[in-house]
Design a protein around this ligand. Structure first.
Ligand code: GLU
Length: 485
């Protein structure tokens, strides 16, 4: 059987982490089986759907490397197909118009509640006579279309992640609405609803496997009935576990980030995020292997190794993965990714005119980066931001002999025209000798003076970069001020 899977986001918001993770699993499954991955935009909710969200979803999937083979298809362009399917259900007497008013439905639910029953539609308009229908029509009532659900039916499927799942027809809330009331007086019914449209699409697009979040399990039960009613083959289903926060609740807006854009802005690399998402619920056959590309994961991917239990979102793990990718990346590529973060911090960088300096800076700070956004803080001193001396740095600067060291370094800097890494090393040696101190003290004094800290990235490299911007002497002068204060 040809494998055809799809991701079917609704463009009512930016690409969500849950949707993206579902897309990852679908993509991996398609690639593993040499199948097709299809993008379908479920935009029938016209009030909430927006073209900019569709764009965001497309660009987010592309950014993550989740390229699709067919589509995007848009449900709003397929409305006639859904109407035709609804008409077929009506013709076969598998669906019927229901004229209940919202008030009647409310009243019905109130009564059920008062009797301690779960709210459901009681199928009261299932067998209306032609006269009854005419009376309602004459009253000006507009029907919705309901699909008949047999209460005695047990719906069973072999879920490829969860094993056998069974659902009672009586737990599906009664006959379900498949089309809203008509807005146009000439139409018999109006907007087709989700469960109907999905099934029509999945049939027409020959979807072989429906892989989606477990929050759709009850929909699956309803949809299986619709496949049967339409005389179509039921696809395989696989319901992926939800993504949970640290408290074990569904990851939501309250957790700060939910959209792929948020992760991008925070400075996660697409490769790292895609890698992390493959591990959110899937365990590779060799579970010690954690860093891999989507292509590598696809070779090993199987739904059997997707867990049933919810997947806890682990920031530390994502950070760790991201740092691994960052540390591996060549400086000439990384620098391009850092520019927007420097610009946002107001550093006014120009990659074209200043590439060598920016690349050296990148190579120097790369080992201390976890997220791209860290670059702003990690390089602020190199971009001339004011030094804030730590207490340790101040006490070191005030130690006996340090002032003389700093003064001698300032002098030495002015005597060297061609300043490079060797010059810096020579100056340190010379000052160590003439001040009769340990080399370590010279190094610490310099670091404290240049950066206001006693720890940080490579000192000689930092000094050189500062020197190239004419900042080293200024820094050391202000360190002298600090010593005197
Ligand atoms: N539009 C639905 C959603 O975004 C798609 C569900 C499905 O995959 O069938 O949740």
């Amino acid at each position: 059987m040809a494998v055809r899977v799809r991701i079917a986001p609704s463009p009512t918001g930016n690409l969500h982490i849950g949707t993206a993770r579902t897309a990852v699993f679908n993509w991996l499954f398609a690639r593993h089986h040499n199948g097709k991955f299809i993008l379908r935009v479920e935009d029938t909710d016209e009030a909430r759907s927006r073209p900019e969200y569709t764009e965001n979803i497309k660009s987010g999937l592309t950014w993550l490397g989740l390229t699709w083979d067919e589509g995007p298809f848009f449900q709003t362009q397929r409305l006639d197909r859904y109407k035709q399917a609804i008409q077929n259900l009506l013709d076969k007497d598998l669906a019927y118009p229901c004229y209940c008013t919202p008030e009647e439905l409310d009243q019905m639910r109130e009564q059920q509640k008062a009797q301690g029953l779960a709210p459901r539609y009681d199928n009261r308009h299932r067998n209306l006579t032609t006269e009854q229908k005419q009376t309602y029509e004459a009253e000006g009532r507009k029907p919705v279309i309901r699909f008949k659900i047999d209460d005695d039916r047990e719906i069973v499927w072999q879920d490829l992640i969860r094993g056998e799942v069974s659902w009672k027809g009586s737990d599906l809330g009664g006959d379900m609405v498949v089309a809203r009331t008509a807005e146009n007086p000439e139409d018999t019914f109006g907007q087709p609803l989700y469960n109907l449209a999905v099934v029509v699409d999945d049939i027409d697009m020959e979807i072989s496997h429906v892989i989606r979040g477990e929050d759709h399990i009850a929909n699956t039960a309803k949809q299986i009935l619709l496949y049967e009613a339409m005389g179509a083959k039921v696809p395989e289903f696989a319901h992926t576990p939800l993504i949970l926060n640290q408290d074990g609740r569904k990851l939501s807006k309250r957790d700060g980030v939910t959209s792929i854009d948020d992760f991008r802005k925070m400075g996660f690399l697409p490769e790292a995020l895609a890698n992390y998402m493959t591990l959110l619920g899937w365990t590779p056959p060799d579970s010690t292997e954690e860093i891999f590309s989507l292509e590598t994961a696809a070779q090993k991917f199987s739904l059997e190794r997707v867990n049933k239990a919810g997947a806890k979102f682990d920031w530390a793990k994502l950070d760790w993965l991201n740092s691994q990718y960052l540390h591996e990346m060549p400086a000439e590529k990384l620098v391009e990714l850092l520019v927007p973060y420097w610009q946002e911090a107001g550093y006014g960088v120009n990659l074209e005119s200043d590439r060598p300096w920016l690349e050296s800076l990148t190579a120097m700070i790369a080992p201390s980066l976890t997220r791209l956004a860290d670059a702003a803080q990690e390089s602020r001193l190199l971009f001339g931001r004011a030094v804030e001396y730590s207490d340790e740095a101040v006490s070191l600067l005030k130690q006996e002999g340090v002032e003389a060291i700093v003064r001698e370094v300032i002098e030495a800097i002015s005597t060297h025209v061609n300043f490079d890494l060797d010059t810096a090393k020579t100056i340190i040696k010379q000052v160590t000798k003439s001040q009769k101190v340990k080399k370590g003290l010279v190094m610490r004094s310099l670091r404290a003076g240049l950066t206001g800290e006693l720890h940080g990235p490579d000192l000689i490299q930092s000094w050189l970069l500062l020197h190239q911007k004419g900042l080293d002497r200024i820094r050391l002068q202000s360190a002298l001020g600090e010593i005197k204060s």
